[in-house]
Design a protein around this ligand. Structure first.
Ligand code: AMP
Length: 415
């Protein structure tokens, strides 16, 4: 199988590792990729957000499967353009990707499908935003309605900050605060059949103890030793299948990766958000544990044959990933600094580039992730931090508490 993977971040490096490992893959092409992916695949340039350019590259490389990593190409219609050329694409249509592209649309689908989620109002002016903030009270949750690369959400007790975010975004969804530990559940689906991957937890805030602003994600681990038994079955029954059924009913089936972000509240699991693609950095840990060949799985979802796919197999143990971020991230990351120690197994490249002089340089806010597995969560965590300690990048920072509460048994699901 010839596989074209679109994207160039940490998620795509993790996907590339999985795809390159699948014996059915003879050739892996990644566009644009990154220096970490360069040793696994042939790299090509592409304007990833231009569906016609993605489709033309898929034809040129004679791909048997195109896997689209990031949300922006999906929302722009890259999967549709590839499928129009008769090539299987893993990723939802532009219509279906609105589950991520518009928070209002996602709420509409959840309401129609009876999916448990936070009560919410869409607001476009200061007056309606003020009424919604009054209605729910603090902590205030204010979300940019459009795509914001995981950074459009403000959760705050400070009314002025909440009002300012609403004003800056223009159109926002203001919703009820959901209290409880968060879970990311990835589901591979062909629109009808659906296979859940292992639940993971990510860390959105920049600082230890969940302090500071939200980021794209500072680390993750899987599996979740504290998750209630039956959680995944419950979410498949109450969230995933009703959502997929509603999308089919509207004539816009969702096929690809449905990312369900949940809070486990005292009243049960509640959906915080849907994404239309693998999450970053949870993908790094979930795929590190997946034993089932990845390309075969994604190909089955892309060709409507997932019902016939064998059950997924998982490695024993646990995986942890820790993000190394550039100085100034998330507000104003500094780029262009030299990186030493990144060429080791388990170091995933997220925002790096190879300079003309051959040195590796930082090229984004989240620069690298140290990803490791271990026989249990504590061992995986130690190994991931050992990788991070081996990385030199001036001014960089990382959280020191990724997976710590889970290792120490400090996470409780409210009942
Ligand atoms: P989102 O981009 O919707 O995933 O939101 C980013 C982060 O903000 C989530 O991972 C949560 O930590 C937090 N968040 C979003 N919505 C809520 C909510 N209704 N209640 C509590 N926290 C939330």
């Amino acid at each position: 199988m010839r596989v074209l993977l679109v994207g160039g971040g940490g998620r795509e490096h993790a996907l590339a590792l999985g795809l390159a490992d699948d014996p059915a893959v003879d050739q892996l092409i990644v566009a644009p990729g990154n220096p970490g992916i360069a040793s696994l695949a042939e790299l090509r340039e592409v304007a990833a957000n231009d569906p016609a350019a993605v489709a033309a590259l898929a034809v040129e490389v004679q791909a048997d499967l195109v896997v689209i990593g990031p949300e922006a190409p999906l929302v722009a219609g890259a999967a549709d353009a590839v499928r129009a050329k008769g090539i299987p694409a893993f990723g939802p249509s532009a219509e279906a990707a609105r589950l991520e592209g518009s928070k209002t649309f996602a709420k509409e689908i959840m309401t129609a499908a009876g999916v448990p989620t936070a009560r919410a109002h869409t607001c476009t002016d200061a007056e309606s935003a003020g009424r919604a903030l009054d209605d729910f009270g603090p902590p205030y949750v204010v979300k940019n309605d459009g795509l914001a690369a995981g950074k459009g959400v403000v959760v705050t007790d400070d009314r002025t900050i909440a009002e300012e975010h609403a004003r800056e975004c223009g159109r926002v969804v203001i919703e009820e605060y959901l209290a409880g530990p968060e879970v990311s559940l990835f589901v591979v689906t062909d629109g009808e059949a659906a296979l859940p991957l292992l639940p993971a937890q990510d860390f959105k805030r920049v600082g230890d103890g969940d302090t500071g602003p939200n980021t794209g994600g500072m680390g993750a681990y899987a599996p979740l030793p504290w998750a209630p038994p039956g959680l995944v079955d419950e979410v498949m029954r109450d969230v995933v299948h009703p959502t997929l059924a509603e999308m089919r009913r509207r004539g816009t089936p969702f096929a690809g990766l449905l990312y369900v972000g949940l809070a486990l509240t005292a009243a049960g699991p509640r959906v915080i958000e849907f994404n239309a693609r693998f999450g970053d950095p949870e993908t790094q840990v979930v795929l590190a544990l997946l034993e089932t060949p990845l390309a075969g799985l994604l190909h089955a979802a892309a060709t409507g044959t997932l019902a016939a796919h064998p059950p997924l197999r998982w490695r024993e143990g646990a995986a942890v990933t820790v993000v190394v971020a550039a100085e100034g991230y998330p507000a104003a990351p500094r780029t262009g600094d030299e990186i030493i120690g990144a060429d080791r197994a388990g170091v995933i490249h997220a925002g790096t580039r190879r300079a003309d002089d051959g040195t590796l340089r930082s090229a984004g806010g989240r620069v690298l992730c140290g990803t490791a597995t271990g026989h249990d969560l504590a061992a995986a965590r130690d190994a991931a931090y050992a990788l991070v300690r081996g990385i030199e990048l001036a001014g960089s920072h990382h959280r020191t508490d990724i997976a710590a509460a889970a290792v120490e048994g400090r996470i409780a699901v409210p009942d």
